[in-house]
Design a protein around this ligand. Structure first.
Ligand code: MRU
Length: 352
């Protein structure tokens, strides 16, 4: 098996003709079970509950949710049309607010719906499949481009999970790490645990251990100490939405990594497909940050860990200012030191 194929064996989102099978990310790493979604509302619930998560993966899942609704309408002998599908597009769109890939994928499906003439279900199935296939190809390309920026024998720190589980396969930031390891450039990966949902501890470590990539988990609060030590040359993360000026929203805790990286002279890379770029949002202050249930912070595994009566604030994304980013890697190319002018040169308004 070629080296890169060996690092691309996980598929979190799979449409099997009747239903959407989602690898249940709430139960990893100890149970590899699948949830079968048979309706668009099943998919919306799965996105909200983090059965499927990661910006590209939720866009792909939502596209398949539209296909499920089109099939339901067709079987019931009802028209498959912009009018009958719009309510479901809107319900899917509200499942999570920060990752623009969700709205982007639904806009693509809406575009296909506007031009339906015959065999609507087949046309929408082809569009959802294209969204999925294009994401995989983008990840492979970003892996190549990002790995070219790396020196030899380096350590990297990543945050959250940006791997096969968060995408159609291979991953964004984790794709660069996979490609960098396969090229012999990366010798050690560090993964932050990513409180409170532990995407780093539960999901990224699962992917890295499966792939045989040397990885050490760190507590999120160990990042400054690690970056000061000299063991890491690049922090490599994904994004949920990149604004027109290059500000990047990603999992909570990313911004503090960028600040610390800059302080200690360590490079900071954001890896995301064009579907994550939102040229209609001028800067990071305009990005809606998802607030989740305080209970995610007040307990663990269903067990309360904080005194009864205590409250919590649980924003699950933050925005890293463009000025702290050394490179944005997309499948369309690398944007070094991103700003509005450099972003526009690659993503002219409307082309993202
Ligand atoms: O809340 P999550 O797990 O969906 O958050 C995911 C992230 O923040 C990822 O870093 C981002 O979506 C990029 S995934 C390729």
């Amino acid at each position: 098996m070629p080296e890169l194929e060996r690092h691309d064996t996980i598929r979190a989102v799979a449409f099997d003709g009747d239903c959407l099978r989602l690898l249940d990310q709430r139960r990893l790493p100890f149970a590899e079970t699948h949830l079968e979604c048979r309706s668009a509302d099943d998919v919306a619930t799965a996105i909200r509950d983090l059965v499927v998560r990661g910006a590209p993966a939720i866009g792909i899942a939502a596209a398949w949710g539209v296909v499920l609704e089109a099939r339901r309408l067709a079987v019931a002998g009802k028209p498959v049309s912009p009018e009958t599908l719009e309510p479901v597009l809107q319900r899917l769109n509200t499942a999570r607010p920060t990752a623009v890939n969700l709205a982007w994928a639904l806009a693509r499906m809406r575009g296909a719906i506007a031009h339906l003439s015959h065999d609507s279900v087949a046309v929408l199935t082809a569009e959802a499949q294209a969204i999925q296939d294009e994401d995989l190809a983008a990840n492979r390309r970003m892996g190549e481009l990002g790995a070219q920026l790396l020196g030899d024998g380096i350590g990297v720190l990543t945050h959250c999970n940006t791997g096969s589980l968060a995408t159609a396969g291979f991953g964004t930031a984790l794709g660069v790490i996979r490609a960098g390891f396969a090229a012999g450039k990366i010798t050690q990966v560090y993964a932050g645990e990513t409180r409170p949902w532990l995407q780093g501890a539960r999901l990224t470590m699962w992917e890295l251990v499966r792939d045989g990539i040397p990885a050490k988990l760190i507590a999120d609060s160990a990042a400054s100490h690690l970056l000061r030590s000299g063991a890491v040359q690049w922090v490599i993360v994904g994004a949920d939405r990149i604004a027109a000026n290059g500000d990047a929203a990603n999992k909570i805790g990313t911004c503090q990594l960028a600040i610390v990286a800059r302080h200690f002279g360590i490079k900071f890379m954001v890896v995301a497909p064009a579907s994550t770029v939102d040229m209609a949002t001028s800067d990071g202050t305009q990005i809606e940050i998802e607030l989740r249930d305080p209970a995610e912070l007040l307990g663990f595994g269903g067990q309360r860990t904080v005194v009864e009566g205590a409250d919590a604030w649980n924003p699950v994304f933050d925005v890293t200012p463009a000025g702290l980013i050394d490179a944005v890697v997309t499948e369309r190319g690398v944007i070094e030191h991103p700003n509005a002018v450099r972003m526009r040169a690659v993503f002219a308004a409307g082309s993202a």
